[in-house]
Design a protein around this ligand. Structure first.
Ligand code: FES
Length: 129
């Protein structure tokens, strides 16, 4: 079922917009004149992807820099680890936290994003849920 979720002029060229339809959180992405709709929550640890960055068709998560293809929802890269090396300026509790996080990251899967069909009708962006 198609739902109007935004006006086309609300989405900047190369930009993103968070919208809701029914109970879904959706990130609308503009790329090369087309609108793509993907789930707003990152397939790693649920960060809001509309707060990340979009370069062409590559959406980068704001939390750990995992990357996704907005055309297919496919995960393109794993999150960055937080290897801070031997930098002395990092307090020991923070260093321990990053060590634990790094260990757990290896056991965490990154899921592809759900994609939704999107279209523009008379200046309105519609998403099929
Ligand atoms: Fe998105 Fe970790 S929450 S890469």
């Amino acid at each position: 079922m198609w739902h109007e979720v935004a006006k086309l002029h609300d989405i900047a060229a190369g930009g993103m917009k968070y919208v809701r339809a029914e109970d879904r959180e959706i990130c609308l992405c503009e790329y090369a004149g087309d609108i793509y709709a993907v789930s707003r929550r990152c397939g790693h640890q649920n960060a809001p992807l509309d707060q990340g960055s979009l370069e062409g068709w590559i959406l980068t998560c704001p939390l750990h820099d995992g990357q996704f293809d907005i055309r297919s929802g496919k995960n393109l890269s794993w999150p960055l680890d937080h290897d801070m090396g031997d930098e002395a300026a990092i307090p020991e509790p923070v260093r321990r936290y990053f060590k634990l996080e790094k260990r757990l990251q290896w056991k965490t899967r990154v899921h592809d994003l759900h994609t939704y069909p999107a279209r523009v009708t008379d200046g309105a962006v519609e998403v099929d849920i």
